[in-house]
Write a protein that binds this ligand. Sequence first.
Ligand code: ATP
Ligand code: MG
Length: 243
Amino acid sequence: MAISQGEEQTTEAQLEPAEERRNLLTVTDVERTFQVGGSPLHVLKGIRMELKERQLVMLRGRSGSGKTTLLNCLGGLDTPSKGEIMFNGMPFHTMSDDKRTLVRRKHMGFIFQAFALMPLLSARENVELSLRMAGVPRAQWKDRVTQCLELVGLERRMSHRPFELSGGEQQRVAIAKAIAHKPMLLLADEPTAELDTGMSAQIMAVFQNIIRTEQVTICMTTHDPTILEVADRVYEMVDGKFI
Ligand SMILES: Nc1ncnc2c1ncn2[C@@H]1O[C@H](COP(=O)(O)OP(=O)(O)OP(=O)(O)O)[C@@H](O)[C@H]1O
Ligand SMILES: [Mg+2]
């Protein structure tokens, strides 16, 4: 199974010092304020962070501290009220909505609860959907879908629909779907929240494997202290700021 294969590989990512890797995403003094009942609610209060190529970065913090709000801004699903977000050299914060949508579809993958699987489609069809959305030619779909489902260890579940899969298997289909179009950045909001310890460890092994094989950068939120150990970098959020 692909999950265990990854553990044997020695990779460039491990040999190359992190400081020599390029910044994929640079966040400078980002603030996000919502208007609630006529008064401002300051949720993000001056966030600075960097995501380097092939890094696994985790955001931790209490419920309501602003993690999802920040991920939404990083992924261009929301725009900061102030501050700058540079993604792969492009100013995300000043880009038009249309341009940002294009960049997002092509270069980013999401594992958010709101981006769940389509219930009537099989695992294979769910993954195909993201290739269709990213404008990948149809001729390439079959091989790429197979490759991605193998990568997450689901080669024997390709025809199953979500209700015919366990929670962990569904999450792995969601990962395959999020990486199928070869994004540079994968954003994941609590990807292991619904899973037991063993399954969470498996998902983290999949993440480490795809960082090596797909050269992707991953930024995820988590409450789970055992998972934090595998992060290259942990940002701790308290009340809209990093400490
Ligand atoms: N669209 C919105 N309008 C108003 N307030 C919002 C909006 N989105 C988020 N908030 C508020 O911002 C705060 C941070 O929310 P956020 O979802 O980012 O927290 P979180 O750190 O992801 O929490 P959790 O761990 O529970 O998922 C919350 O108090 C929330 O009520
Ligand atoms: Mg959240």
